[in-house]
Design a protein around this ligand. Structure first.
Ligand code: CA
Length: 226
């Protein structure tokens, strides 16, 4: 399937140059010039990669990048006008995947796009299961969309997802979840699972990750057809 690159660039001539080269290389492209339109468009259309200019009318690339990272892991290449800017951007840890400085050749842009897409598709956890868990920040995304989990729900999902197909009893899950040996009843796990499933369903209706095994417990399994 054709991959879609979103070009966010307020200089039309440049945007057209990117578009022509990317299309020649087999990508579909979309173009937005207004920074204020980007977030809604990305949420709606889930592009495969975003080429994001830093200086934009109404909302700058910095803000856009930060906001996208709160709900999506879509690859982002930031485009800046000054090479000195890149160090500053790196220091901000925006979560962009690459940086390109103007002026650049359109060929270079295409090469970077290919590299970043290859790198992101090589991320096995994210692509194979479409579930991405960042243990440090407790960020969980499913199909690139953020799962809004509590710490316990995150841990529960993380424990199950580490060993797909393995069945855990409620007791085992309680031991793994509550290291402080707090007294929790069996049903606590059920209630966390219930909430977790609800949140997963809210993001992707066609995905079921946490399965009940009758009389035994729970297991993680992806049954993604896509
Ligand atoms: Ca600009």
């Amino acid at each position: 399937m054709e991959q879609t690159i979103l070009i966010v660039e307020d200089e039309q001539r440049l945007a057209e140059l990117h578009r022509d080269y990317l299309q020649q290389s087999g990508y579909a492209t979309e173009w937005l010039a207004d920074g204020a339109e980007v977030i809604a468009w990305v949420k709606e259309s889930s592009p495969d990669l975003i080429l994001l200019d830093l200086m934009l009318p109404n909302k700058d690339g910095l803000e856009i990048c930060k906001e996208i990272r709160s709900f999506s892991t879509v690859p982002i290449i930031m485009v800046t006008a000054r090479v000195e800017e890149i160090d500053r951007l790196l220091g901000l840890e925006l979560g962009a995947d690459d940086y390109i400085c103007k002026p650049f050749s359109p060929r270079e842009v295409v090469a970077r796009v290919k590299t970043v897409l290859r790198r992101s598709s090589a991320h096995p956890q994210e692509k194979a299961e479409l579930l991405f868990l960042d243990e440090e920040s407790y960020l969980a995304t499913l199909k690139g969309k953020k799962l809004d989990l509590t710490a316990v729900e995150f841990k529960l999902l993380s424990i199950l997802a580490q060993r797909p197909g393995r069945i855990y009893s409620r007791d085992q899950l309680m031991d793994l979840l509550y290291s402080d040996q707090r007294v929790v009843c069996d049903r606590t796990i059920d209630s966390h699972v219930k909430k977790l499933r609800k949140k997963i369903a809210a993001v992707a209706t066609d995905v079921e990750l946490v399965h009940s095994v009758y009389g035994v417990g729970y297991k993680y399994e992806t049954d993604l057809s896509a």
